[in-house]
Design a protein around this ligand. Structure first.
Ligand code: NAD
Length: 479
């Protein structure tokens, strides 16, 4: 095993230890292309070993012990925050200030999961409310669903792992994780922190490798009760079709819209959209992608947005000043480049950006996007936002709804009363008013409808999705 220059673990995490696997994978800096680490990979044998180890943790430790482990892990991650941030920055190319933000959100996710472990309770069933139930007491308890198989994407390599592993621990489910092969180091560091916090050996296994082999072995393993997947829509829905009898929870992509009405605070809207459309170079499932602006304020808003975007600092993600770093791979770079060119060929205008700067794609604002352009109807996952003007709000809402996705959307307006009605018409699982649609607090219910998914994360919700409801009825004979 080649030690990582970032001096974190690089093995598979099996039986509570880091061990060599059957192969290795090179983790490279998305910024410089330089080799960061060689990480062990596994195959179906290692997945099987991890699942067998996991099965020994059912039934799980008592809830109070699980809560204490999660609380200790939250403290350890906070203590080691800078190391975590450096690893996220190196492997994902996420600007260092944004990487630090992800670490603090992971601490929140662990802390809220610990609270769930302490408070998860069942509920009484009012059996006496019907003649059939008279003389009986009924209650529902939450029982762990079994072994959870977790599969995660590259863009939040720490916190999205925490959003699966920590609720699973809280629910009492052993978990086998396959992190994104481009960004496995953060997940291995989290496994180390959980082990240091007292998680029993085997209750978490981490097997790195590619999706088609290692991911498939996990998905199809007969002893894995549930798959919790975050990633792209085609892969997620494909998994759901392959294992129709398993519980498959999907957190997928979006083409995130925002409406800016005539009376909105344009300075605030432009500043927030400029920042959140380009965080991690637009590689967030709720990164602003489409902006529908009332036609009378279109020119003024576009000038403010372009100005704010031009002030963003593009460069080395390790540099404290950097706002926008690289996209994850040269292939992603080329795809986003092609989509910009296609949009321009179809009539869109580049307001700012559109070129390469030191090998990085400049933050780009397109004006005049139309519904059929790739930058509109598909998920860009790159540093590009598109603007289109609208005449009446109904038309703007229809444009927002005119993609297969439904994760989050937003409205900037001073008419918050009307915004509540518009929120009901937007076909999205989350609608944010006077904040960007990129907003997420880790305790909120987060997830999508339509192509964007079928579940909600946030520890309170994820824990329940990882449990079965068991009904217990007690017959009380008449005295
Ligand atoms: P991806 O779908 O390419 O990969 C995600 C994970 O799935 C990786 O670990 C990958 O190895 C694995 N995988 C790939 N093929 C597989 C297969 N056949 N069987 C099992 N596993 C397989 O996604 P990505 O490029 O890593 O991440 C970007 C995507 O994730 C975007 O679409 C983004 O919107 C989405 N995302 C969604 C959320 C959310 O919470 N809704 C959050 C972050 C990212």
């Amino acid at each position: 095993m080649i030690p990582s220059p970032l001096s974190g673990p690089t093995g598979l995490f099996l039986g509570g230890r880091f061990v060599a696997g059957s192969g290795t994978i090179a983790v490279r800096s998305p910024y410089s292309g330089e080799l960061i680490a060689e990480v062990s990979t596994g195959g179906s044998a290692e997945i099987d070993r991890a699942v067998r180890d996991a099965a020994r943790h059912l039934p799980p430790l008592p809830a109070a012990d699980r809560a204490r482990i999660l609380e200790r892990a939250a403290h350890l991650v906070a203590d080691r925050a800078e190391r975590f941030a450096q690893v996220i920055c190196a492997e994902a190319g996420k600007p260092i200030r944004q990487a630090r933000g992800e670490v603090m959100r992971c601490v929140d996710t662990l802390t809220f999961s610990a609270a769930e472990a302490r408070t998860l309770a069942g509920e009484m069933v009012p059996l006496g409310a019907s003649a059939a139930g008279a003389g009986k007491i009924g209650f529902v308890v939450y029982a762990p669903i079994g072994i959870v198989g977790a599969i995660t994407p590259f863009n939040f390599p720490l916190n999205l792992v925490a959003h699966k592993v920590a609720p699973a621990i809280a629910a009492g489910c052993p978990v086998v994780l396959k992190p994104a092969e481009k960004t496995p180091l953060s997940a291995l560091l989290l496994a180390e922190a959980l082990a240091d916090a007292g998680l029993p050996a085997g209750a978490l296994g981490v097997v790195t490798g590619d999706g088609p082999t290692v991911g498939t072995a996990l998905v199809e393993h007969p002893d894995v009760a549930m798959i919790s997947f975050t990633g792209s829509a085609p892969v997620g829905w494909g998994i759901r079709e392959r294992v129709p009898r398993k519980h498959v929870a999907l957190e997928l992509g979006n083409s995130t819209p925002v409406i800016v009405t005539e009376d909105a605070d344009l300075d605030t809207a432009a500043a927030k959209i400029a920042s959140s459309g380009f965080t991690h170079a637009g590689q967030s499932c709720i990164s602003v992608q489409r902006i529908y602006v009332q036609e009378r304020i279109h020119d003024e808003f576009c000038a403010k947005l372009a100005g704010a975007v031009e002030r963003l600092v593009v460069g080395d993600p390790a540099d404290e000043a950097t706002d926008v770093g690289p996209v994850i791979t040269p292939e992603s770079y080329q795809r986003v480049r092609d989509w910009i060119d296609e949009a321009v060929a179809a009539g869109a205008k580049i307001l700012t950006g559109g070129r390469s700067r030191g090998g990085l794609l400049e933050p780009t604002v397109l004006d005049g996007i139309t519904p059929t352009m790739n930058v509109t109807c598909r998920e860009v996952f790159g540093p590009v936002v598109g603007v289109a003007s609208y005449h009446a709000i109904d038309g703007a809402i229809a444009l927002c709804n005119a993609t297969p996705f439904g994760l989050q959307a937003a409205i900037f307006t001073r008419r918050t009363d009307a915004a509540l009605a518009w929120a009901r018409q937007l076909e999205f699982a989350g609608v944010i008013i006077n904040e960007t649609p990129t907003f997420r607090a880790d305790q909120q219910p987060y997830g999508g409808i339509k192509e964007s998914g079928n579940t909600r994360e946030g520890p309170h919700y994820a824990v329940r999705s990882m449990c079965e409801q068991r009904l217990v009825i007690l017959n009380i004979p008449e005295a």
